[in-house]
Design a protein around this ligand. Structure first.
Ligand code: HEC
Ligand code: HEC
Ligand code: HEC
Ligand code: HEC
Length: 430
């Protein structure tokens, strides 16, 4: 479910490639052609995507649209709601904020030596994006963490260029007045096409064969896997080889990337962020052409007036509007969804038990210095890295497997095999 956690989303975005390769600052980049919907994105850097208004013309405060779009604006404010009594949360979809360290104690060992072992709360609504990133106890590398938290991000990016990424987080956060706002997805034109304001996605899109539908594009600005370029701090989407679980891993392996090293096993590990877009891609619903917004932002009716709900939340709270067009029995489809989540959650816990066992046995063997062959050590580390990466991909994806149950199952099965293979090797050194 919500493994989002405030801040970590940010950790990732990168425009690096573009900027380092061209030496351009955003002001120097000629405005890119806004691609026609459905047209393939042209090769090469796409920063910015669409036309960026002059700083003084940017309408960043959502309240500016309250009068023109009262129903949309009111629904947007509902992202401030926490597990309230009016609308029931689904069992696993969760009350807020859930403390994952308490719920899944294994992650203290899995994420040992990394910020998420200290604090890890479930994601909350968009309204809290700034509050939660500022309050998290986890260290923040720089202002790049703001990329998915605020409607001010594009303004900051235009003002500071690529220097923004490594600017002091807290100082820069003081220049920010708004959490996620209408500007993030619409710039100044709510009636027009969805606009991509996250430069990292503009770059990421150049690696895709097809542009996702508007209601998915908007969310892929933040609900994706990302990492910070180790030199520039640029938020980067690791899609160079594709958006599949194996392709992302192969890219990280090629560039020798690690988010941190496990302090007791020496394994260079990848911390997955919130790969909703990547998990969802290729699912039953994706193949039917449904976008994230179709389920998460259904069309609602109030006093006879229809509007697109902007309360991004669990679609199970609006199962009739979100799913009813195809699944007539709302209760049955909620039960079926929760069955999938229970199954994936149980698998996830089982695999995490195995990886914990692997870490303990490996750390013990290393401490006793009983493995005298470096190749064996490397082999166990690489199995640990691969297994934990797949477990994490499912663990931190916020739908607990629902978005793509078969992909989640496959990843966990592979993770289990990899952990078992490592345990078999270690068994010889008991
Ligand atoms: C077919 C409908 C459907 C589509 C399409 C869909 N989702 Fe979901 N999403 C769900 C359901 C159902 C859940 C689980 C909600 C729950 O557990 O209460 C969920 C959960 C989530 C959550 C966690 C919600 C929470 O309460 O913490 C996020 C975030 C999310 N989805 C984002 C996305 C993104 C981004 C996309 C597009 C890439 C997407 N979803 C596409 C149905 C959908
Ligand atoms: C997280 C991204 C996001 C944010 C933030 C956001 N919107 Fe939207 N908005 C969407 C999407 C997605 C659609 C549906 C577009 C589509 O499917 O083509 C939409 C549609 C709309 C529409 C057209 C509705 C229609 O009937 O076609 C209006 C108007 C609108 N948004 C206004 C706003 C306003 C005002 C705010 C701020 C209070 C806002 N939006 C914030 C993503 C967003
Ligand atoms: C600018 C970045 C950004 C964009 C764009 C964005 N999100 Fe989010 N989303 C976040 C962050 C950050 C959180 C976690 C906020 C927190 O925990 O404080 C979040 C949380 C959520 C949640 C969990 C809410 C809850 O109550 O648990 C859902 C559902 C969600 N987003 C859906 C969407 C959908 C659907 C879209 C596209 C229409 C979208 N988001 C676009 C950044 C974004
Ligand atoms: C545009 C039509 C459509 C919408 C809207 C839709 N679904 Fe589906 N859904 C399907 C189809 C078609 C299938 C595949 C056939 C089947 O298994 O029933 C499916 C399959 C499923 C499955 C079984 C998937 C699996 O992996 O085994 C679940 C659970 C589900 N949908 C839940 C939902 C929920 C929850 C929503 C709303 C948040 C929703 N669907 C919205 C058409 C839709």
């Amino acid at each position: 479910m919500k493994k989002y956690i405030s801040f970590f989303m940010m950790i990732v975005l990168i425009f690096t490639i573009v900027f380092t390769s061209t030496g351009c600052r955003p002001e120097d980049v000629p405005p890119a052609e806004d691609p026609e919907p459905g047209e393939p994105i042209v090769e090469g850097p796409q920063v910015p995507w669409g036309e960026v208004p002059a700083i003084e013309d940017m309408i960043i405060d959502s309240a500016a649209w309250e009068e023109e779009y009262p129903l949309i604006y009111q629904s947007f404010l509902l992202t401030a709601r926490m597990g309230d009594n009016t609308v029931e949360d689904s069992t696993l979809g969760g009350l807020h904020p859930t403390d994952y360290l308490e719920k899944y104690p294994n992650i203290k060992i899995l994420y040992e030596g990394f910020g998420f072992a200290k604090e890890y709360y479930a994601a909350r609504g968009h309204y809290y994006s700034m509050e939660d990133v500022i309050n998290t106890a986890r260290p923040k590398p720089g202002a790049n963490c703001l990329a998915c938290k605020t409607g001010d991000y594009e303004r900051l990016f235009v003002e500071h260029g690529e220097d923004l990424f490594l600017m002091d987080f807290y100082k820069t956060a003081q220049e920010v007045d708004h959490p996620i706002s209408c500007y993030n997805c619409h710039r100044n034109e709510p009636e027009g096409e969805i606009q991509v304001t996250g430069p990292h996605l503009a770059v990421g899109l150049t690696h895709l064969e097809e542009e996702p539908p508007a209601g998915t594009l908007a969310c892929a600005q933040c609900h994706v896997e990302y990492y910070f370029d180790t030199e520039t701090g640029a938020v980067t989407l690791p899609w160079h080889n594709g958006t599949g679980i194996d392709e992302i891993e192969s890219y990280f392996d090629e560039i020798n990337f690690a988010d941190w090293t496990h302090p007791r096993t020496g394994t260079p590990l990848i911390k997955v962020q919130h790969p909703e877009f990547e998990m969802y891609t290729g699912s039953v619903h994706d193949r039917l052409g449904l976008s994230c917004a179709d389920c998460h932002m259904p069309t609602m009716t109030e006093d006879g007036e229809e509007y697109v709900s902007h309360w991004a939340k669990s679609p199970l709270k609006t199962a009739e509007e979100s799913c009813g067009e195809c699944h007539r029995d709302s209760e049955a489809i909620i039960t079926q969804t929760e069955d999938i989540q229970r199954e994936i959650d149980a698998m996830q816990v089982e695999v995490s038990d195995l990886i914990v066992q692997l870490i303990e046995e490996f750390a013990d063997a290393l401490e006793r210095r009983v493995i005298d062959d470096d190749e064996v050590i490397d082999r166990v580390r690489s199995l640990h890295r691969a297994s934990q990466y797949r477990w994490d991909f499912v663990m931190v994806e916020n739908s607990t497997g629902f978005h793509n149950a078969s992909k989640a199952r496959q990843a966990l099965e592979r993770a289990k095999e990899q952990a078992e293979e490592a345990l078999d090797i270690l068994a010889e050194y008991q």
